[in-house]
Structures are given as C-alpha cells and as structure tokens.
Design a binder for this molecule. Structure first.
Ligand SMILES: [Zn+2]
Length: 98
C-alpha cells in the first residue's frame, strides 16, 4: 500500500484505488501533495505489458479465438485494476516519467 512521503501514514486500499489513477494524490491524513515515483510506474507497467504478451501468445497459438483473447484481456485488466494500488509508491516532488 502507498505510504505518504510527508507524514508516513499508510493509505487504506480504498484511498489508494481512489488516487491511483491521478498524477497528484492528496494524503487523507496530512492533506499534502504526493506524486508517483518512477519505480512505482515501472511496477505498474507490468499490467499492460502482460496484456500485450498474453494477446501475442494467444494470437500465435494454433487455436486462436477472439473470445479467448477478449476474455483474457478483460481478466488481466480487472486484475490490474485491483492490484494497481499495491504498485503505487509516493514521493514529495513531481518527477519526469520520460
Ligand atoms: Zn500524509
């Protein structure tokens, strides 16, 4: 779970989900601005990369089917939504991602 870079409070899952898709996240305890770290963004990148890899492997398999690709992609997307808060790491200053 994310830990506030200012006060050190550990965010609850619901708070992390609410803020995980934003660039600037406000701590519910001290109301200070927090930003994503580059390493946290790298960890979150595993989800779209796994979607691409899954679809590539299904596409290359002999029994390719569109429903299988769509079901797998939806499953990975749902897993990404629920697991994304565990990849969030916070810092005090907004850095450049690229
Ligand atoms: Zn805080």
């Amino acid at each position: 779970m994310p830990v506030c870079a200012h006060c050190g409070s550990v965010w609850k899952y619901k708070e992390a989900v609410k803020h995980a898709f934003r660039t600037k996240m406000i701590c519910p305890s001290c109301y200070a601005d927090n930003y994503h770290t580059l390493s946290g963004c790298g960890k979150a990148a595993i989800f779209p990369l796994s979607m691409i890899l899954y679809n590539y492997l299904i596409y290359m398999s002999p029994d390719t089917s569109l429903p299988r690709m769509m079901a797998g992609t939806a499953g990975i997307g749902a897993a990404a939504f629920f697991l994304l808060p565990f990849t969030v790491e916070l810092t005090k200053k907004q850095g450049h991602i690229w």
